[in-house]
Design a binder for this molecule. Structure first.
Ligand SMILES: [Zn+2]
Length: 102
């Protein structure tokens, strides 16, 4: 689950670094990740599996609802939410970085 980029510890209060430097004429802005994402309920565990056969199992930080007819909540820990989906919990909301024009 590790990669070369410095993945910030997200505890719901700290904001991670943007994924890379913004190109000329643009800048990163933290924006809400969207209505499918919300902060996990206490006690939920991360379901991320990656290449492994077993789920991560860490305490979940954020949850995304998947499925059209049958919405299913998928919880992710802070590390996997940021590493896989670029989202993090902050002040009770789920945020992501968006490139915007200067
Ligand atoms: Zn995880």
């Amino acid at each position: 689950m590790s990669n070369d980029t410095a993945v910030a510890e997200t505890d719901g209060r700290s904001r991670p670094e943007p994924p890379h430097a913004a190109p000329e004429g643009r800048h990163w802005k933290a924006v809400p990740a969207g209505s499918r994402w919300s902060v996990s309920q206490p006690g939920k565990k991360c379901r991320y599996r990656g290449a492994s056969k077993t789920a991560c199992g860490e305490d979940a930080a954020v949850v995304v609802t998947r499925g059209i007819r049958t919405p299913i909540p998928w919880n992710y820990c802070a590390e996997d939410a940021l590493g896989q989906y670029g989202v993090w919990a902050e002040d009770g909301k789920v945020m992501t970085w968006e490139l915007q024009d200067d």
